[in-house]
Ligand binder design. Sequence first.
Ligand code: AMP
Length: 192
Amino acid sequence: MLNIVIFGAPGSGKGTQSELIIKEYGVSHISTGDVLRAEIKGDTELGRVAKDYIEKGQLVPDELIIDMLAKVLDTQKNKKGVIFDGFPRTIPQAKALKKMLNERGTDVSILLDLQVEESILIHRLLERGKISGRSDDNLETIQSRLNVYHTQTAPLAQFYIEEGKHVAIDGGNGSIEDIFKRVEAAINKVIG
Ligand code: AMP
């Protein structure tokens, strides 16, 4: 199975590159942010709890996210693999993902770390905010999300470097297609 973690700061292009990867490799997409937004829309218990965290730009607690992911993973029937978008975001989540995949006889194949300069991230998120309708695409929440990324999520790169799974991708220069070419080269290298 090809299990890809797409990693990077908010606005680094995880969603955009995920769409292209899905088209090319036929893997399924799990975006924890999308799942949470659907829970909020459905006004579920999880959605009501998650809403406050999301609007403040903070992370939803690990136990809730890990439980939610396990449930989504159990519904996956695609044998080709999965792209994890926005998960893991903390070390406990990364360890939980490894355990869940190992229990299912598989593992993370590669982590693609989309690296983008901060000024470009802010610009992209503010532009997206004009059309996305997302409650967290405003300057105050963007700054808090970037801060959370640097303090809680970026250190995860080291975990995957030690696992031999980490690949850095320039996600700031060139067109979406140029960036996808780098992504594709990295994936093709691991699938051989
Ligand atoms: P995203 O769509 O990935 O940018 O996620 C939007 C928001 O959902 C984040 O700012 C968090 O509040 C929450 N969220 C999404 N994924 C996770 C996760 N893996 N762990 C904790 N919170 C998450």
